[in-house]
Ligand binder design. Structure first.
Ligand SMILES: [Fe+2]
Length: 250
Protein backbone atom coordinates (compact mmCIF):
# COMPACT_ATOMS: atom_id res chain seq x y z
CA UNK A 1 0.00 0.00 0.00
CA UNK A 2 1.30 3.43 -0.89
CA UNK A 3 2.32 5.85 1.81
CA UNK A 4 1.13 8.64 -0.50
CA UNK A 5 -2.41 8.15 0.79
CA UNK A 6 -1.36 9.16 4.31
CA UNK A 7 -1.67 12.87 5.01
CA UNK A 8 -1.97 13.45 8.79
CA UNK A 9 0.62 10.71 9.42
CA UNK A 10 3.07 11.78 6.70
CA UNK A 11 5.33 13.91 8.97
CA UNK A 12 5.87 10.92 11.29
CA UNK A 13 6.89 8.32 8.70
CA UNK A 14 10.55 7.30 8.82
CA UNK A 15 12.75 4.49 7.51
CA UNK A 16 13.99 1.81 9.86
CA UNK A 17 17.81 1.92 9.73
CA UNK A 18 18.33 -1.75 10.43
CA UNK A 19 22.10 -1.69 9.91
CA UNK A 20 22.43 0.92 12.67
CA UNK A 21 21.33 -1.47 15.43
CA UNK A 22 24.29 -2.46 17.61
CA UNK A 23 25.19 -5.91 18.93
CA UNK A 24 24.20 -4.62 22.37
CA UNK A 25 20.73 -3.74 21.07
CA UNK A 26 20.27 -7.17 19.47
CA UNK A 27 21.34 -8.66 22.77
CA UNK A 28 18.79 -6.57 24.73
CA UNK A 29 16.09 -7.77 22.32
CA UNK A 30 17.22 -11.37 22.88
CA UNK A 31 17.05 -10.89 26.63
CA UNK A 32 13.56 -9.37 26.49
CA UNK A 33 12.24 -12.15 24.25
CA UNK A 34 14.05 -14.87 26.20
CA UNK A 35 12.46 -13.68 29.41
CA UNK A 36 8.96 -13.20 28.02
CA UNK A 37 8.44 -16.24 25.81
CA UNK A 38 8.49 -19.01 28.45
CA UNK A 39 5.74 -17.15 30.35
CA UNK A 40 3.79 -16.42 27.19
CA UNK A 41 3.87 -20.05 26.09
CA UNK A 42 1.85 -20.66 29.26
CA UNK A 43 -0.23 -17.50 29.38
CA UNK A 44 -0.68 -16.03 25.88
CA UNK A 45 -3.67 -16.62 23.63
CA UNK A 46 -2.97 -19.27 21.00
CA UNK A 47 -3.70 -16.69 18.29
CA UNK A 48 -0.83 -14.56 19.59
CA UNK A 49 1.60 -17.49 19.57
CA UNK A 50 0.50 -18.51 16.07
CA UNK A 51 1.00 -14.93 14.90
CA UNK A 52 4.47 -14.83 16.45
CA UNK A 53 5.50 -17.80 14.31
CA UNK A 54 3.66 -16.62 11.20
CA UNK A 55 5.39 -13.24 11.03
CA UNK A 56 8.80 -14.82 11.50
CA UNK A 57 10.02 -12.98 14.59
CA UNK A 58 13.52 -13.99 15.60
CA UNK A 59 14.39 -14.53 19.22
CA UNK A 60 17.93 -13.22 19.08
CA UNK A 61 17.79 -10.38 16.55
CA UNK A 62 15.73 -7.22 16.32
CA UNK A 63 13.01 -7.49 13.69
CA UNK A 64 13.22 -5.91 10.27
CA UNK A 65 9.85 -4.23 9.71
CA UNK A 66 10.10 -4.91 5.98
CA UNK A 67 10.62 -8.63 6.58
CA UNK A 68 7.79 -8.83 9.12
CA UNK A 69 5.46 -6.93 6.79
CA UNK A 70 6.38 -9.16 3.83
CA UNK A 71 5.01 -12.12 5.77
CA UNK A 72 2.06 -10.32 7.34
CA UNK A 73 0.70 -8.37 4.41
CA UNK A 74 -0.31 -11.35 2.21
CA UNK A 75 -2.26 -12.81 5.16
CA UNK A 76 -4.32 -9.87 6.39
CA UNK A 77 -3.15 -6.77 4.52
CA UNK A 78 -1.53 -5.34 7.67
CA UNK A 79 1.89 -3.77 7.58
CA UNK A 80 4.30 -2.56 10.29
CA UNK A 81 5.19 0.98 9.23
CA UNK A 82 8.09 2.81 10.87
CA UNK A 83 7.20 6.05 12.64
CA UNK A 84 9.29 8.50 14.64
CA UNK A 85 7.40 8.13 17.92
CA UNK A 86 4.19 9.18 19.60
CA UNK A 87 1.61 10.39 17.11
CA UNK A 88 -1.42 12.64 17.46
CA UNK A 89 -4.71 10.80 17.31
CA UNK A 90 -5.76 11.75 13.74
CA UNK A 91 -2.46 10.47 12.34
CA UNK A 92 -2.70 7.27 14.37
CA UNK A 93 -6.29 6.54 13.27
CA UNK A 94 -5.51 7.37 9.65
CA UNK A 95 -2.85 4.66 9.64
CA UNK A 96 -5.01 2.02 11.33
CA UNK A 97 -7.77 2.72 8.82
CA UNK A 98 -5.46 1.59 5.98
CA UNK A 99 -3.95 -1.34 7.93
CA UNK A 100 -0.61 0.27 8.62
CA UNK A 101 0.46 -0.08 12.22
CA UNK A 102 2.54 2.86 13.47
CA UNK A 103 5.69 1.12 14.68
CA UNK A 104 8.56 2.68 16.58
CA UNK A 105 12.09 1.56 15.77
CA UNK A 106 14.04 2.49 18.93
CA UNK A 107 14.69 -0.07 21.66
CA UNK A 108 14.76 0.44 25.42
CA UNK A 109 18.15 0.16 27.11
CA UNK A 110 19.29 -2.71 29.29
CA UNK A 111 18.76 -0.43 32.32
CA UNK A 112 15.05 -0.10 31.49
CA UNK A 113 14.10 -3.66 30.52
CA UNK A 114 10.82 -3.68 32.41
CA UNK A 115 9.31 -0.33 31.62
CA UNK A 116 9.37 2.42 29.04
CA UNK A 117 7.04 5.43 29.29
CA UNK A 118 6.64 5.45 25.51
CA UNK A 119 6.27 2.46 23.21
CA UNK A 120 9.43 1.02 21.68
CA UNK A 121 9.98 -1.66 19.05
CA UNK A 122 9.65 -4.42 21.64
CA UNK A 123 6.20 -3.19 22.66
CA UNK A 124 5.13 -2.42 19.11
CA UNK A 125 6.43 -5.48 17.26
CA UNK A 126 6.65 -8.21 19.88
CA UNK A 127 3.53 -6.90 21.67
CA UNK A 128 1.23 -5.84 18.85
CA UNK A 129 2.13 -7.22 15.45
CA UNK A 130 1.56 -10.98 15.96
CA UNK A 131 -2.17 -10.40 16.58
CA UNK A 132 -2.44 -8.61 13.23
CA UNK A 133 -2.00 -11.99 11.53
CA UNK A 134 -5.41 -13.03 12.89
CA UNK A 135 -8.13 -12.24 10.35
CA UNK A 136 -10.89 -11.20 12.75
CA UNK A 137 -8.60 -9.12 14.97
CA UNK A 138 -7.18 -7.55 11.81
CA UNK A 139 -10.65 -6.53 10.63
CA UNK A 140 -11.57 -5.20 14.07
CA UNK A 141 -8.48 -2.98 14.27
CA UNK A 142 -8.98 -1.49 10.81
CA UNK A 143 -12.63 -0.78 11.59
CA UNK A 144 -11.61 0.86 14.87
CA UNK A 145 -9.29 3.20 12.96
CA UNK A 146 -11.86 3.98 10.27
CA UNK A 147 -14.54 4.92 12.80
CA UNK A 148 -12.23 6.96 15.04
CA UNK A 149 -10.80 8.81 12.04
CA UNK A 150 -14.26 10.34 11.45
CA UNK A 151 -14.72 11.60 15.04
CA UNK A 152 -13.57 14.95 16.44
CA UNK A 153 -15.50 14.90 19.74
CA UNK A 154 -12.98 14.39 22.59
CA UNK A 155 -15.44 12.70 24.95
CA UNK A 156 -16.40 10.15 22.29
CA UNK A 157 -12.77 9.49 21.46
CA UNK A 158 -12.01 8.96 25.14
CA UNK A 159 -14.70 6.26 25.34
CA UNK A 160 -13.40 4.60 22.19
CA UNK A 161 -9.89 4.93 23.59
CA UNK A 162 -11.02 2.79 26.52
CA UNK A 163 -12.20 0.13 24.08
CA UNK A 164 -8.73 0.14 22.50
CA UNK A 165 -7.01 0.10 25.90
CA UNK A 166 -8.96 -2.83 27.32
CA UNK A 167 -8.64 -4.92 24.14
CA UNK A 168 -5.66 -4.10 21.93
CA UNK A 169 -3.44 -2.99 24.82
CA UNK A 170 -4.62 -4.98 27.84
CA UNK A 171 -7.04 -7.59 26.52
CA UNK A 172 -7.48 -11.08 27.94
CA UNK A 173 -9.48 -13.97 26.48
CA UNK A 174 -10.97 -17.10 27.98
CA UNK A 175 -9.59 -20.24 26.34
CA UNK A 176 -10.54 -23.59 27.83
CA UNK A 177 -10.64 -23.12 31.59
CA UNK A 178 -7.96 -20.41 31.60
CA UNK A 179 -7.64 -16.69 30.96
CA UNK A 180 -4.96 -15.90 28.39
CA UNK A 181 -3.41 -12.58 27.43
CA UNK A 182 -3.52 -11.03 23.97
CA UNK A 183 -3.11 -7.28 24.71
CA UNK A 184 0.26 -5.83 23.77
CA UNK A 185 0.73 -4.12 27.14
CA UNK A 186 0.46 -7.49 28.88
CA UNK A 187 2.50 -9.34 26.26
CA UNK A 188 5.36 -6.83 26.41
CA UNK A 189 5.38 -6.21 30.19
CA UNK A 190 6.70 -9.12 32.14
CA UNK A 191 5.62 -7.62 35.49
CA UNK A 192 2.11 -6.68 34.39
CA UNK A 193 1.52 -10.07 32.78
CA UNK A 194 2.58 -11.90 35.95
CA UNK A 195 0.45 -9.52 38.04
CA UNK A 196 -2.67 -10.38 36.05
CA UNK A 197 -1.94 -14.09 35.61
CA UNK A 198 -1.12 -14.30 39.33
CA UNK A 199 -4.74 -13.41 40.13
CA UNK A 200 -4.02 -9.89 41.42
CA UNK A 201 -6.46 -8.25 39.04
CA UNK A 202 -10.25 -8.66 38.83
CA UNK A 203 -11.45 -9.95 35.46
CA UNK A 204 -14.99 -9.18 34.35
CA UNK A 205 -16.70 -10.60 31.29
CA UNK A 206 -16.21 -8.14 28.43
CA UNK A 207 -19.10 -5.76 27.95
CA UNK A 208 -18.95 -2.73 25.68
CA UNK A 209 -20.97 -0.71 28.21
CA UNK A 210 -18.66 -1.42 31.13
CA UNK A 211 -15.48 -1.01 29.09
CA UNK A 212 -16.37 2.45 27.77
CA UNK A 213 -17.29 3.56 31.31
CA UNK A 214 -14.04 2.35 32.90
CA UNK A 215 -11.36 5.07 33.00
CA UNK A 216 -7.82 4.21 32.01
CA UNK A 217 -5.04 4.55 34.58
CA UNK A 218 -1.65 4.53 32.97
CA UNK A 219 0.53 4.83 36.07
CA UNK A 220 -0.43 1.77 38.12
CA UNK A 221 -0.92 -1.96 37.69
CA UNK A 222 -4.44 -2.84 36.60
CA UNK A 223 -7.07 -3.79 39.15
CA UNK A 224 -9.73 -4.63 36.58
CA UNK A 225 -9.54 -6.07 33.07
CA UNK A 226 -12.10 -7.61 30.71
CA UNK A 227 -12.12 -11.10 29.23
CA UNK A 228 -13.57 -11.80 25.80
CA UNK A 229 -14.82 -15.22 24.72
CA UNK A 230 -13.69 -14.88 21.12
CA UNK A 231 -12.26 -12.24 18.81
CA UNK A 232 -15.64 -12.07 17.06
CA UNK A 233 -16.87 -10.45 20.26
CA UNK A 234 -14.68 -7.35 19.87
CA UNK A 235 -15.35 -7.26 16.14
CA UNK A 236 -19.07 -7.09 16.91
CA UNK A 237 -18.56 -4.64 19.79
CA UNK A 238 -16.85 -2.25 17.38
CA UNK A 239 -19.80 -2.43 15.01
CA UNK A 240 -22.13 -1.78 17.94
CA UNK A 241 -19.95 1.19 18.98
CA UNK A 242 -20.11 2.57 15.44
CA UNK A 243 -23.89 2.31 15.39
CA UNK A 244 -24.09 4.13 18.71
CA UNK A 245 -21.78 6.87 17.44
CA UNK A 246 -24.00 7.31 14.38
CA UNK A 247 -27.12 7.48 16.58
CA UNK A 248 -25.39 9.85 19.03
CA UNK A 249 -25.79 7.45 21.98
CA UNK A 250 -22.29 6.09 22.73
FE1 LIG B 1 0.57 -0.32 22.35
Amino acid sequence: METAMLTAAAPYLIEQDYAAYTDEQHSVWAELVGRALPELEKHAAREYLEGFDLIGLEKDRLPSLAAVSARLQPRTGWNATAVSGFMPAPAFFEMLAVRRFPTTTWLRSREALEYTPEPDIFHDVFGHIPMHAHAVFADFLEHYGRVCATIADAALLEKLGRLFWYTVEFGVIRQGSACKVYGSGLISSHGECLHVMGGHCAIHDFSLDEVIQTPVKVDELHRLLFAIESFEQIYEAMHEAEQRVLRGVL
